[in-house]
Design a protein around this ligand. Sequence first.
Ligand code: ATP
Ligand code: MG
Length: 373
Amino acid sequence: MYLENLTLKGFRNFSELQIDFDPNVNIFIGQNAQGKTNLLEAIYFLALTKSHRTNNDKELIKFGSKFAGLQGRLHKSQVEVELRLRLTTKGKKAWVNRLEQKKLSGYVGQMNAVLFSPEDLALVKGAPAVRRHFMNLEFGQINPEYLYFSSQYRQILQQKNNYLKQLSAGKAKDKLFLDVLSDQLAGVAAEIIYRRIKYVSLLNKYAQQAHQQISGKKEELLVQYRPSVPDIEDDNSVETIYQKVLSNFQKNKNMEIRKGTTLSGPHRDDLEFFIDKRNAHDYASQGQQRTIALSMKLAEISVVHELTNEYPILLLDDVMSELDHTRQSSLLSYIHGKTQTFITTTDLEGISWEIVKAPRVFQISNGIVTKEE
Ligand code: ATP
Ligand code: MG
């Protein structure tokens, strides 16, 4: 798929913007704080209706503006789709081909985007929340059900935690109501865990391939999902997972009441990376962490392709200069000719552009984008 154009109104530091893109490679050059990340964020937001760097949509509306508008024309192998989003302080609205989508799940999934920024280099060493965020964004955009269950889970979890706090403070006594909430939560948790197992195993397959290519077959990568509920196996059914989550909730009931919070479930799960069977979190060097992060991003591209038959759009924010020559050319040759790519950089030095043929180059300055002739 590729994005033909983008129109922004009042998004971050863009007052009004209209750009036509190259179907292959687009490069944005600009000094710091000119709007490079904002532009990639806009494209990412158009795809997922979520920002990669904030959960607070209000931040996206230009200072002093009442709303932000985003619009773009997307080409897929069979169809063309007009996507439109409008954001106010009260919420967001979404249109596909001028038809308003009352539920965002009717919108998300039309356009897929994979974003790679220097922060992704924290995937291996960062806190578990970084890896859960990665799973949720990635799996949410390829499976609307995953998105639906995630938001259900968040709601019920909050309800259960509130009730646990009341019990722990002695303000509530009815433990049967806690059981009802735990049962509901286990049902939704099982749907999420079941899907995570499937997607992580797909990611693992492609990440291993990409990793072999980049490391020159010297090392072997293994990516594993680590649920916080014990004894969950890769081939468990949703029903079996549900039983295991529920019995774990029951086993820890008194402890959860004491602590006033839910101690296991998808919100406590993690991803683990192993290089030659050693846990990368503890042992990987800087370079190895970079290779893993890059392999995971390339794997995302392949997973989206396997599941949707379309290559996602690739957004590379300031990441080329973070990679050495070998990794840069692995990256560029992996995506070459397959994915429409948007690259930002402060300058063109130090980047091996040989593989990128005839990119469209733009300058970005203070929220104004101009095409280089
Ligand atoms: P760097 O090279 O440092 O990463 P950048 O070009 O990626 O820079 P952006 O992150 O895109 O910079 O930010 C550009 C500017 O947008 C910043 O000065 C920031 O203060 C401004 N900005 C952020 N949010 C808003 C907003 N809601 N309204 C107006 N301006 C904003
Ligand atoms: Mg930036």
